[in-house]
Design a protein around this ligand. Structure first.
Ligand code: GLY
Ligand code: MN
Ligand code: MN
Length: 444
């Protein structure tokens, strides 16, 4: 009965129907995430597969969904799940079981997972088309190919096609997940609120002499206190020069007075995650150099957020940020020359080497297409959520930057919901101006 259970059978039925209507007639087969071994007999914490959870709300490992349309606006959903097992449940806790899958998750039919491969041949044989992504799970594919072979063998007098027409359902599923529904927007808002609280706690907890992971503990304790069972991704808590390592995860350096601390962390709530970065002074006050760099990144970020409008190319925020950052690099004395020409020759790249935005949702780098068939950026649609996260990074050995800036890394990241009324910053509560940050750091 895990914490990831989402008891909203009507919601999940509506999502499945929308997906199946987009795909057309045929059999959808989709499994949840596999359990992963960590070491010895220790498993990694289990998290349901994002697609599977989106369509079922079912929380347990070893679960498979089969679903197909049965007429206009209707479909049948079959869940294969771990059966109740009193002996195992003493060790692992209660399971929903076959009856629970029907009663609590709205499956029309449910069976023990052990029966999956006995039942798949009949399910497959009843459909001319099948929706399944090959290549994601080799063991599952192997069993499916065996089922195809068995069906063909059984019907060989009719010389049937050896398998149904196979179509990848993931693009349609990704398109569906790109536009967040009301339940996901509510989850994103909760994730954002938990994340904001965590970042405030980190600002209060950081101080010279403490380890980065002590600030991380304060951050994540606040996530948990706000109803987040886990992070959406491993927290980056990077002080001093570590801020220039984009995906720094060691989080064990002892912070020093004069350092900035870059915290990139997001709480997951209801299956959705926030993704927020704040950069603040460990000792509570920005130095003039740090403040100058910070002001450039902040100006770029605010301009980038304004660019997240329905109909605009999704990456307009990136172009806006790159222009602002380049202007700032000239003002800081890092680059010299005409801003337009510097942008055209990517002169900013040694100091800003990543993209500015990505889709956000159940996965921190969420599903959804970015470009059309001709590689042109797709326009933003209402209901999409994305990050805006410019930064400037002057590595400690970056000889192309003036010595006074070396070792400074700043990123500012917020989560934006695209609406017809303009961009809504879900994470606006996290202190961001220099003033607000210094006040929060002082509130320890
Ligand atoms: N936290 C990963 C990212 O910002 O994309
Ligand atoms: Mn991000
Ligand atoms: Mn991030």
């Amino acid at each position: 009965m895990s914490r990831d259970a989402s008891f909203a059978p009507d919601l999940h039925r509506r999502r499945r129907q929308r997906l199946l209507d987009a795909l057309g007639d045929g059999l959808l087969l989709l499994s949840t995430a596999p359990e992963q071994r960590r070491n010895g007999d220790v498993l990694h914490e289990f998290r349901p597969g994002s697609d599977f959870h989106f369509l079922t709300g079912f929380p347990e490992p070893e679960a498979v969904l089969a679903a197909w349309r049965t007429g206009r606006g209707r479909h049948r959903a079959v869940l294969f799940v771990r059966p109740r097992d009193p002996a195992r449940e003493i060790w692992d806790g209660p399971r929903h079981g076959v009856a629970g899958a029907r009663a609590r998750f709205g499956a029309d039919e449910a069976h023990p997972i052990g029966e999956l491969w006995h039942r798949v041949p009949d399910l497959v044989a009843a459909h001319d088309r099948m929706f399944h992504r090959l290549g994601a799970d080799a063991a599952f594919d192997r069993r499916l190919l065996d089922a195809f072979a068995a069906i063909a063998q059984k019907r060989r007098r009719r010389q049937p096609a050896a398998h149904p027409t196979l179509q990848d359902p993931i693009p349609a599923l990704a398109a569906l997940r790109l536009r967040k529904d009301a339940a996901e927007i509510a989850a994103l808002r909760q994730a954002a609120a938990a994340t904001v609280a965590g970042h405030v706690a980190a600002m209060r907890a950081a101080r010279p002499g403490r380890r980065e992971y002590e600030a991380q503990a304060a951050l994540e304790a606040e996530f948990r206190r706000h109803g987040s069972p886990r992070n959406g991704y491993p927290s980056i808590v990077a002080s001093g020069p570590n801020a220039c390592v984009l995906h720094y995860h060691e989080n064990d350096r002892r912070m020093r007075a004069g350092d900035l601390l870059l915290v990139d962390a997001g709480a997951e709530v209801g299956g959705c995650t926030a993704d927020v970065t704040r950069t603040f002074p460990v000792a509570g006050r920005f130095t003039p150099e740090q403040a100058a760099v910070y002001a450039v990144v902040l100006r770029a970020q605010l301009a980038g957020i304004r660019a997240c409008r329905v109909g605009a190319p999704w990456n307009r925020a990136h172009h806006v940020c790159v222009r602002e950052l380049t202007r700032g690099l000239v003002a800081l004395g890092v680059l010299r020359g005409d801003v337009g020409r510097l942008v055209a020759k990517h002169a900013y790249r040694p100091f800003y080497m990543h993209g500015t935005s990505h889709w956000l949702g159940r996965d921190v780098h969420d599903v959804g297409a970015y470009d059309d068939d001709r590689d042109a950026p797709l326009p933003l649609v209402a209901g999409a959520a994305l990050t805006v996260e410019p930064g400037l990074y002057f590595g400690p050995r970056e000889t192309r930057a003036p010595a006074r800036l070396r070792g400074i890394g700043v990123r500012i990241e917020d989560d934006v919901l695209v609406t017809r009324r303009g961009p809504v910053v879900l994470t606006a509560g996290a202190p961001k101006s220099i003033d607000a940050i210094e006040r929060t750091c002082a509130g320890r």
